[in-house]
Design a protein around this ligand. Structure first.
Ligand code: AMP
Ligand code: ZN
Length: 484
């Protein structure tokens, strides 16, 4: 969908995109399964309550990764799911169901209809958070309750292939039939430390065997009776249904690794005999006073808490980018305040001091930018580079502004959008200001891009640039800046 601009490609020597793969435990140069199209699945929220600011890091991270893929010229078919049943308070198969907890918290009756209503409310709240954070929506959101049939079919396949057994409370996956179970994160299945040996259910053959189906008075109908599919099978079935049997990238938070993602791998690969995802990427936790943010610890701040304290979602995004996604970051209002001050200065340059300045992006800084971002998404280095650029006296304000607009494609900080003027991009021409001959070329290039005729799309972009108009592909379509 997004081709590399010929100008950027000519000027910039793109180093390989190197990403840390949790499975191999090393950085690898990204090579997709298909030439241009990347298939990416991100584990989504359990929609029983508002997402806390820790949860939201997982989606800012996935968004930064996706924008980096766009910047490198890939298109991305991306799914984020909503878990609207079946996620227990442990990530395994014991504890309360989070949706049930949400229903009783809100005084709602325990029924499938109420679960739907409750999740509707928190799906909307989650989408509002994504929008506020300037996160590009995935190609599709997949809601678990819309894919029950697919989950049942997948469990049946596993049953037919001999990977399951039945207990009084459900159908379980037998990890002894899948010898590489636990390979993600190199889980010590026999060790005490993993906690896996604490067998809660004596009917399980191995403590790490996990539920594919749980019987219950409430739930969906199936050949095994009424009940709910397990949490892990939701993701495998929705990934298969929306993206196919093999993914390029699967993302999540580090807490998903040991149980949820090892479960997804086992079920998916047992069913298909193929590798499920080529790359597994995980973001670390946000902490407050060195404790993980979690609703159960009572420190689950939401974006609304930040708004009430006078901060914006973009300021929070800026703060997140100052830390690498694989490091734990300690959140405090003091830290956010520092981010707010820096970010306000940056916005002032873009929307006031340099608002009408024109120029071309600095190829030198673009080079440094792509080297940092392709280095396993080194956003702290990119933020440092932004300030180096701002201070660089060799560049004109117009060049600085154009360079920042280029970085903005990955940063997603809203440096191209003035919220006061609605979603009108400052610096980007509104359609009525684009001359007809340029618009005709933009349309022609768009057609070439859709037809994946990259050489023609790049040639047209070059011609448009020679006429003094810079074209950038964004999630909302091509944006045009006048450079001459
Ligand atoms: P959940 O709604 O519990 O399924 O979690 C949604 C996402 O948030 C998962 O990818 C988790 O790994 C992630 N997550 C949970 N707590 C934190 C935290 N404190 N910091 C960062 N990510 C988190
Ligand atoms: Zn998942």
């Amino acid at each position: 969908m997004f081709g590399i601009s010929s100008k950027r490609r000519a000027a910039t020597n793109f180093p390989p995109l190197s990403l840390y793969n949790t499975e191999s435990r090393i950085r690898e140069n990204f090579v997709p399964l298909h030439k241009h199209d990347v298939l990416m699945y991100s584990c989504g929220p359990t929609v029983y309550d508002y997402a806390h600011i820790g949860n939201l890091r997982a989606y800012v991270f996935a968004d930064t990764l996706k924008r980096t893929l766009f910047y490198n010229g890939y298109s991305v078919n991306h799914t984020i799911n909503y878990t609207d049943f079946g996620h227990l308070s442990s990530d395994g198969d014991h504890g309360d169901d989070k949706m049930m907890k949400g229903l009783s918290r809100e005084g709602m009756d325990i029924s499938l209809e109420s679960m739907h209503l409750l999740s509707d409310r928190y799906i909307k709240a989650f989408n509002d958070d994504l929008t506020a954070l300037n996160i590009i929506f995935p190609t599709q959101f997949a809601r678990a309750s819309d894919y029950v049939r697919e989950q049942i079919t997948l469990i049946k396949t596993l049953e037919e292939k001999g990977y399951t057994y039945s207990t009084s409370d459900g159908i379980y996956f037998d990890i002894s039939k899948f010898p590489t179970y636990g390979r993600l994160g190199n889980i010590d299945l026999e060790g005490q430390e993993s906690g896996i040996r604490v067998a809660v259910n004596p009917e399980k053959k191995h403590p790490a065997d996990f539920a594919l189906w749980k019987h219950g008075a409430l739930g969906f109908k199936s050949q095994w009776g009424t009940g709910f599919p397990g949490w892990h099978i939701e993701c495998s079935a929705m990934a298969f249904a929306t993206l196919g049997k093999q993914l390029d990238i699967h993302t999540g938070g580090v807490d998903n690794i040991s149980t949820h993602h090892n479960g997804e791998i086992a079920q998916s690969e047992a069913a298909t005999g193929k590798q499920f995802s080529k790359y597994w990427l995980h973001s670390e936790h946000i902490q407050i006073e060195n404790q993980k943010i979690s609703k159960s610890f009572g420190n689950g701040l939401t974006l609304q808490t930040l708004y009430d304290e006078g901060y914006t979602a973009h300021e929070y995004r800026y703060w997140l980018l100052t830390a690498h996604y694989r490091t734990k970051a300690n959140f405090s209002l003091t830290a956010l305040d520092g981010a707010k001050q820096a970010f306000t200065r940056l916005r002032r340059f873009m929307f006031e001091d340099w608002a009408t300045e024109k120029g071309l992006p600095s190829t030198e800084y673009q080079q440094l930018f792509v080297e940092a971002i392709n280095d396993d998404l080194n956003t702290p280095k990119v933020i440092a580079l932004v300030w180096e650029l701002v201070r660089d006296e060799k560049l004109t304000p117009g060049e600085k502004r154009a360079t920042l607009l280029d970085f903005e494609n990955v940063l997603g900080l809203g440096l191209d959008i003035d919220p006061e003027a609605g979603r009108i991009a400052l610096g980007h021409l509104s359609p009525k200001d684009i001359p007809a001959d340029i618009q005709a070329m933009i349309d022609e290039r768009e057609a070439a891009r859709i037809a994946r005729n990259w050489p023609e799309a790049d040639r047209l972009r070059g011609t448009i640039a020679q006429k003094g108009y810079q074209l950038e592909d964004t999630a909302e379509g091509p944006k045009i800046t006048q450079t001459l």
